[in-house]
Ligand binder design. Sequence first.
Ligand code: ZN
Length: 247
Amino acid sequence: MGLSETEALILRTYNHAEADKIVVCFTQTAGLVRGVAKGCRRLKNRFGAALEPFTLLNISYYQKENRDLVSLRNTEILKSHFNLSSDPETLTGLAYMADLIIEFSPPYQPNERLFRMLRACLAAIAESPPALQTILRYFEVWLLKLEGFLPDIRKCAECHQLFNENGTAFIGPDSLIRCRSCCKATGTALSKQVHMQLRATQRLAPYVFAEESRDISAKTLREMAELTHELIGRVLERQPRVRSTFL
Ligand SMILES: [Zn+2]
């Protein structure tokens, strides 16, 4: 309670009352925060362009006890991603990321690793917009992992044997990954390429992952998207509101 200062990424804004906006942002120290930016729709206001979606900011806000909405005080732009907003596909991709963060994050629960991952993915997209789809896959895998919904991709959920380069892994209707003998003919085989991609997300930064995925076939990328969307759909018990573009 009281005054807080943190780094934040703006996810979404809505008009509110006559001259205000409701701002939904993901912060480094407090997770998902919803706040009011008073007077920000007036011509002269202290927020300027700071509240554009996907801007990285330092913010300070005041939180009153028993109030869901905080009051935004000061903002300082660290990185505006304004250049990304001219491409509709990129905008849809970013809106999709914002939507998933909002869906998966309970308000005011700090998750610094998720913040850092989101910030790194955004920086990678800004650096290399054509890598959007690859970075979205990376984002989905890590979102699932950091929220505790990614099955163990290194070993069989049943017999705990490590998967090797040549062994086929199967993903079951319970979202767990098993070896051939444990899956007992249920589940869908993960292709070797998708399994390798999943493992690569775990050891690489998003921009390196995007670099190294440049020669991955469209078929593998599509398979990977189907898998992450399936896993996300199972957690949300529906498909995400914003659909990321399919390949
Ligand atoms: Zn097994």
